[in-house]
Design a protein around this ligand. Sequence first.
Ligand SMILES: [Zn+2]
Length: 429
Amino acid sequence: MKKKKKTSSIRRKLQGEKLKERVEKGRRNATGKQNSIIKIDNIPLWRPKDGEHIVDILPYLAGANDKDTPKGSPTYTFEYLVHRNVGPSNTMVLCLTEMYDKPCPICEHRQKLREDGADDDIWKPLFPKKRNLYNIICYDRGEEEKGVQVWDEASFYSEKNIMAISKKRGRGGKSGKLVNFSDIDAGKSISFTIEPPVSKDDFRSYIGFTFEDREYAIEDDHLESCHCLDELIHLPEYEEIADLYWGSKNRDDDNSKKSKRKSKSSKSSDDESDVDDLMSQLEDCEDLDDIEAFVDENDIDYKVTRKTRFKKAKRELESMVLEQFGDSDDEEEEEKPKKKSKRKPSKDEEEEDEDDDEEDDDEEDDDEEEEDEDDDEDLTWSDIKKMKSKELKAVIKENKLDVDPDDADDLSDLRQMVAEEMGIDDIPF
Ligand SMILES: [Zn+2]
């Protein structure tokens, strides 16, 4: 690659009108599945495949929507927090609270559920997840000629790994020097590997992040092609998120509170039979339509959308019913379906699967397997993140989680799905 001198005019151009025009082009049709907050269709997105990769992350000037970087200051990433799988279109929406300290209907609902004593597995998945956008040049075969592409990735895969190597360890416990990998002249390339699945039941993982020296400066052309990442995104209004999240009904918090109270008080005279009645109605539900009818008939504050998963909805509703009616009566305790036990797969179940082909996880697993099966609060993110596909599947089976491994993009995604279903709260993204 040729070495070119950088010019300061490049930096000014990064803020040009052209980019704004592109931003205005309109967001994607909101009825389709929207797995990105990028609102422009023709942004070249880099979607890394299995294997080794090498990229340069290019700096650009932040726009008005970056919470971490003042407008016009250089940055290398736009970090953002989103709620995923929101509403019938399974949309990813920016969390207004985490991003801009504004009210976010989903965070408000999470808080309310928590205060109302809902199960962890109902409100914990409503935490937003951290993601990063980068302008990159990829040097994989056939990629460099594509020029600047945008890499949109869960922080857990990208930023966390990059940050982990960006601080050189100092000798004698001294704090190390930060590696400015995105420096135009003296930056580093980043190489990493996406491990292919070892079997068709396994998933990918992102490993081996390393800085590589580079003997070239980033070209002006490339700097000019960088996107102002925080201005590529769709900034939702509160109302829009609320509409997405709640659908057309039950969106008013106060109303749903009232209806909850109303149903509680009107039924409190005969709680026990009501619980039995509701539980048996729930038991009879065979699909989402039944669930929806059940929710409507009983005026329950529960959102059913096209993407709601039947088993999960049923389980959550059972918890809600029991929570609302089942507190006072000991007899009902026995009727309560057991709360998901948050335990690890038993050894037997792990051995049901094919021979262990995982290498480095084995030693740690030995300890874990000795733990009491009924020790149900112990599964943490650090346990989950060590698990390979078959262990995760054992957890899914063991805890009857509503997770379909086929829905996961890769191993990391599956881990996240399992962790979310288990209501683990220290998921780092
Ligand atoms: Zn939020």
